[in-house]
Design a protein around this ligand. Structure first.
Ligand code: PBG
Ligand code: ZN
Length: 332
């Protein structure tokens, strides 16, 4: 028997990295345009041609309905497959009623996008941009009520599906919302609408730039009674298992970079289509570093690759246009 000793000097790992071409063909992980979902902010009442720069997220904008559709079309020509829509309504109230209005900003945007593009249209389903207190549900005596909120979330999701949304994405973290939404969709002939649940959504300080961008910061208290404790991973697995049981088609982990272990554990355990949300704070932190000259654009690529390598099938990222448009090549 010949014993091959696979040790130095026979084995040299550096051979695998000796030049760009070799490194490229031996890459285990790659990013494709269809991996990306672009989050877009659509503001009711904004005039066309007057997109607003979001100062806390350099390079991102709030768009009027028409401008959002134009931007989506432009990116579709560069390979964009899907968008995730966030609305900013003209009026907010106790019940977030503009969230389920058939003529609401998101419902109109969905109809127009489905008419004018071939994009997969995904909608964020939550109440915090639509309630005047900025909470993700119905509030009474300073408490966020779970079961009462489910009825509203279901109506929001149904109105999005009826407008033509391919996927609804509840981001509220109420218990039982996937089941409640599935039932209402099915009762109304929307059994082909997918649900992408923000299954493991952590109570994260990385959302700060987003809350500023869409004016959804809670006016009192915080979101810790429904969003997850950053110290926990077993709990994330339970959350995902429950959502799968309730009928989720795609599960999501959010944020991404500080929770790569959670992405990996969930993908390994459930083999579900798994999305990861590279949130506003992750985006702004990298942009700030790059703008200050401390980092290069390579760090964007590296963080996106890490999310994919951890097991995400889909990446929701504000860097989507950067990835699609860049003549940039990763220096590997
Ligand atoms: C609202 C919602 C949030 C995000 C998406 N949907 C923030 C929050 O919980 O306040 C975060 C997005 C981001 O930071 O990029 N439920
Ligand atoms: Zn919310």
């Amino acid at each position: 028997m010949i014993v091959i000793k696979m040790i130095f000097p026979t084995t040299r790992m550096r051979r695998l990295r000796k030049n760009f071409k070799i490194r490229t063909i031996l890459s285990e992980t790659n990013l494709n345009p269809e991996d990306f979902i672009y989050p877009m902010f659509i503001k009711e009442g904004l005039k066309d041609g007057q997109k607003e720069h979001i100062d806390t997220m350099p390079g991102q904008y709030r768009y009027s309905l028409n401008d959002a559709v134009e931007e989506a079309k432009r990116l579709e020509n560069k390979g964009l497959s899907s968008v995730l829509l966030f609305g900013m309504p003209r009026k907010k109230d106790e019940l977030g009623s503009s969230a389920y209005d058939k003529e609401g900003i998101i419902q109109r945007a969905v109809r127009k996008l489905k008419e004018e593009t071939d994009l997969v249209v995904i909608t964020d389903v939550c109440m915090c941009q639509y309630t005047h207190h900025g909470h993700c549900g119905i509030v009474r005596n300073d408490q966020i009520l779970n079961d009462e909120t489910l009825e509203y979330l279901s109506q929001i999701a149904l109105s999005h599906a009826q407008a033509g949304a391919d996927i609804v994405a509840p981001s509220d973290m109420m218990d039982g919302r996937v089941l409640a939404i599935r039932e209402v969709l099915d009762m109304n002939g929307q059994e082909d609408t997918l649900i992408m649940s923000y299954a493991a959504k952590y109570a994260s300080s990385f959302y700060a730039p987003f809350r500023d961008a869409v004016c959804s910061a809670p006016s009192f208290g915080d979101r810790k009674t429904h969003q997850m404790n950053p110290r926990n991973i077993n709990e994330a697995l339970r959350e995902v298992e429950l959502d799968i049981g309730e009928g989720a088609d795609i599960v999501m982990v959010k944020p991404a970079l500080p929770y790569l272990d959670v992405i990996k554990a969930i993908k390994d355990e459930y083999k579900m289509p798994t999305a990861a949300y590279q949130v506003s704070g992750e985006y702004s932190m990298l942009q700030a570093g790059i703008n200050a000259g401390y980092l290069t654009e390579n760090s964007i690529y590296e963080s996106l690759i890490s999310i994919k390598r951890a097991g995400a099938d889909l990446i929701i990222s504000h860097f989507t246009p950067w990835f699609l448009e860049g003549d940039y090549e990763f220096e590997c």
